[in-house]
Design a protein around this ligand. Sequence first.
Ligand code: TGC
Ligand code: FAD
Length: 391
Amino acid sequence: MTSPSLHPFDLFGIDTLLNDEERDIRDTVRAMSDRDLRPHVADWFERGSIPARELAAQLGELGVLGMHLQGYGCAGTSAVAYGLACLELEAVDSGLRSLVSVQGSLAMYAIWKYGSREQKERWLPGMAAGRFIGCFGLTEPDAGSDPGAMRTHARRDGGDWVLNGTKMWITNGSVADIAVVWARTDDGVRGFLVPAGTPGFTAHDIRHKVSLRASVTSELVLEDVRLPADAVLPGARGLSGPLGCLNEARFGIVFGAVGAARDCLETALAYAADRTVFDRPLAGFQLTQQKLADMTLELGKGMLLALQLGRLKDAGRITPERISLGKLNNVREALEIARQCRTLLGANGITLEYPVIRHANNLESVLTYEGTSEVHTLVIGRSVTGVPAFR
Ligand code: TGC
Ligand code: FAD
């Protein structure tokens, strides 16, 4: 005897927590994703390349690039609406959400928050439309979790700035029109706008990735890159400049990871209903239901946490520590869900015919970037003990 099945989110009544506008934005992003992205993504992942320009233009037209920012061609939506867009994009692939995160929450946000009026007018409308692609260079080969150890430096030479250094693992790096590069100066860490094509500035793609393959990841090399005085972001001084941008991107990941997990669980639920083992549907075995029930719980809890953080952000009450709660929990649990779903798919779980192993591999990167799980654990640890344990 079977009864109708319920979507895990319906079990939690998630839709009742969203308003009409939020549901509309979610449905619009989901429809575009299903139509224009999902049919191609396994192929992009397998080939290890994406049509970045075309995608940026499509995502710009959809209105998701910098959608939570006000003015300069940006939509000015709520944080929750932005989170839901990230969720739907990451339900397709973390690499696509990454493109949107880096563009809107890192590169555009840095300019929007710390830039001069001229810098904003020059770059933001084109970036919102997807005509210009941006990247964000903070990490270096020897400075990832500890960006304060960066070696890239900028020195004054007359009215100019001269930059030297290397940035590593930079999403969108080789396809970017504009790089936001963080460098140490006599005045602490500052941010610089480096247009592609500036003499001495080169970007090389990192190859042989087995994660985030539907995403461009590059090394940026700066060799005596000469920039005019107005290339510096006037509003950012010290490490709080780049770290302030990370809060924005981490927030998107809190929702995005739920999307990847949802896609895995939906796939596993459908597979378990169809697959016959020992003369019965896989879904009818208690061991299977234990896995599905546990994953349903973690998925729903992750979504509730994301929504709570979104409501706090919209109320102006989000803090970096709160974002760490969401980034740590939701990425960790999404990865666990992806791995568990992979087991339910058996051998089929290792192919790109199903999205599950692609999500699992991607989530390994998501666990590491934007603050590793250890870094977020230490942020939470510092918050509840008052004792920093980073060094
Ligand atoms: P600490 O001494 O704690 O702080 C230095 C200054 O920064 C301020 N601060 C923050 N400000 C805003 N938001 C935050 N989340 C902040 N965290 C710290 C702090 O108040 C202080 O300001 P001031 O004015 O007193 O100088 O810094 P620390 O050196 O001890 O490091 C703390 C730590 C480890 C938490 C931080 O360095 C960190 O978050 N490390 C992780 C680095 C990271 O996440 N990198 C990500 C690179 S971008 C990326 O991965 C893109 S992936 C593509 C995609 O998003 O899809
Ligand atoms: P490390 O900092 O060397 O860490 C190695 C290990 O040590 C980790 O497990 C870490 O948690 C642990 N560890 C470090 N410190 C401590 C400690 N105090 N206590 C205990 N354990 C510790 N960066 C950008 O700037 N821009 C981008 O666009 C960007 N895109 C990326 C895209 C991809 C696909 C990837 C994989 C990375 C990207 N990154 C980007 C870089 C990313 O932010 C870094 O990889 C990340 O911050 C970790 O730095 P790391 O790799 O140098 O590791």
